[in-house]
Design a protein around this ligand. Structure first.
Ligand SMILES: Nc1ncnc2c1ncn2[C@@H]1O[C@H](COP(=O)(O)OP(=O)(O)OP(=O)(O)O)[C@@H](O)[C@H]1O
Ligand SMILES: [Mg+2]
Length: 275
């Protein structure tokens, strides 16, 4: 569909039993926009991302992605949408016993028929493409190494290269650096943004770390208890305004510990503050 938004979410509510994971979320993301979803543990970030490629279905509301009404898609239509939406996960989700190159090549499986065992079973041009993506993410020469012998930051780079094999139009990243040290985190986040810009991808990335979030994307969307409580361009944003918008909706008693958690931004401290 011409002139469609990349993502158009309207009144999205998701209940898991008695838990309101998303509560009337409306959010439009334009093609090529680079967006951070910032929120505490349990605020609904992963749930929101899962609705974009129908890993979850709405209880109420609508999700349109690349012009498609996602909840109605089945079979071929759903596979087609998912091939246009690349995903990068917190825990990388590589096959540790396979080589770096083979992990990257699995990103093209949706376009091939039948299983592939070994890199030689992939067409030569896909192998060439995979090597090109590995070079782009800074892993040239590592293609034959077992994936589980790489550092966390390197494994996440492999996962990014794998996502690129789909030639995605949208890239979703769910806390892609939550298990990395600060230096690797910055490098991986920079890489995701650079690749997003180069390829004109729409990127939606969830993060815990407020400092990273403020300096990274075009736009910052804050989720809290399943609601969008902040939606602002990143340019000119200052920490106080992010805090203020959080504080305006936070119950006074929990505010201090939550702001503390956001500032320090380790997964453990945030989980503790949220529970
Ligand atoms: N499959 C599920 N079944 C039941 N409850 C769920 C399920 N998935 C999410 N929830 C609940 O929905 C709420 C939002 O969870 P979600 O995982 O989206 O949060 P999050 O912002 O991604 O948190 P984190 O930063 O810890 O990853 C939480 O209360 C969570 O317990
Ligand atoms: Mg999550």
């Amino acid at each position: 569909m011409a002139n469609a938004h990349a993502v158009e979410i309207g009144g999205l509510t998701k209940l898991y039993g008695g838990t309101r994971a998303l509560d009337g979320v409306s959010l439009t993301v334009e093609e090529g926009e680079i967006v951070v979803l910032l929120g505490l543990s349990g605020s609904g970030k992963s749930t929101l991302l899962r609705h974009i490629n129908q890993l979850d279905l709405p209880t109420e509301g609508s999700v349109r992605v690349l012009g498609e009404d996602v909840a109605t898609l089945r079979g071929k239509g759903l596979r087609s949408l998912r091939s246009r939406v690349g995903v990068v996960f917190q825990q990388f989700e590589l096959v540790g016993s396979l080589s770096v190159l083979e992990n990257v090549l699995t990103g093209s499986l949706a376009r091939l028929r039948g299983p592939r065992l070994g890199t030689w079973m992939y067409p030569r041009e896909l192998r060439t493409t995979a090597l090109g993506h590995l070079e782009r993410v800074g892993l040239a020469g590592r293609e034959h190494q077992r994936a589980d012998t790489l550092s966390g930051g390197q494994q996440q780079r492999v996962a990014i290269a794998r996502a690129l094999m789909q030639s995605p139009e949208i890239l979703l990243a769910d806390e892609p650096v939550a298990s990395l040290d600060p230096e690797s985190s910055q490098q991986v986040m920079d890489l995701i943004r650079e690749i997003g810009r180069e390829r004109g991808l729409t990127v939606i990335c969830s993060l815990h770390q407020i400092e990273l979030a403020m300096s990274w994307g075009d736009r910052l969307v804050g989720l809290r208890a399943g609601k969008v409580v902040l939606d602002t361009p990143t340019s000119g944003i200052d920490k106080a305004s992010v805090m203020k918008i959080y504080s305006a909706v936070a119950p006074a008693a929990s505010l201090e510990s939550e702001l503390e958690a956001l500032q320090h931004a380790s997964v453990g401290s945030i989980r503790a503050a949220a529970s």
